[in-house]
Design a protein. Sequence first.
Length: 327
Amino acid sequence: MKLKLYILFILLPSMGTIFTQNGPFNTKAEYAEVSMNASIDKSKHIDIASEKIHVIAEISKSNPYLNQGFVLEHKMYVSPDISINNWKEIGSLKFTNFWSQDIAEKPFKIHEGKYKGKPYRYVILKRTVLYPQKTGELTIEPLTLNISTTVPTKERDAFGRFVTEKIDITVASENKIVDVKPLPLEGKPNNFTGAVGTFDFTVKTDKNPLHTSEIFQISVTVKGNGNLPLFNLPNPNVSNKLKVSQLESADEIRSDLTGVNGLKKNVYILKVITHNEKYTIAPITFNYFNPKTERYESKTSDEYVIEVTSNGKQEIRGKINKKNKNH
């Protein structure tokens, strides 16, 4: 009786592939065969993979002011002679003593770069905007990944080709330290509420003139770049004879590589409940700390006068006694 020997082998393309939820991540690979040899010492290949895959954390500012935003970026560098099949974040990355907001990312893009002087390919895993809520040295914890990878071995198959081994490894970024500066006491306004950034400030009314019993709106808006979600807008100073019937928020805030941008807006709906009088909406001052100039700045709105006549007609006259106190 003759025995037949069958050899099973799998041929992979000469390009290693990282499969992600957003598509493949291709890396050059000199080895394509998959090893079925149980005698291979996996610990050696775990060490090899750990030397060829790196998770790096980078920060745009290492010495920000309290409540000054900066961007944290995590990258994964992969040597061209191994491939990655998948990865998964271990645990949930927490940012103790920071307000954080993830930046929406496009599908993974492969970049060419260098790591410690050697050619690598890398992907940007995630970007996060951070606003420190405490002064002093603060630690950003590492991002830890479980990575399924394929590494080359020194063994050959029956055809003389090098074989590869599939293994799982754990890779983490290093801790990052930021030294957060307190906001200066010199020049700090009494009614400062914690706004840090570069902003414009406006107060507007929506109707001119008004008719009897008609409601109108006053909008208070701060627009710019900074910690918009973390401070309150100043309230308009109105007479108690102007009835505030409703308050609405109309914020439009987004995060990108420059930080948090957009506008913070409160809309007040008012109604005049008496006539034959003039009602003044006094100027409103908004104070903030500008980290670019490293000083406190103020912007003040115009004064508005509402006049209600005996025949029931109303009008709003804007920019009366205009006071330009922006500085």
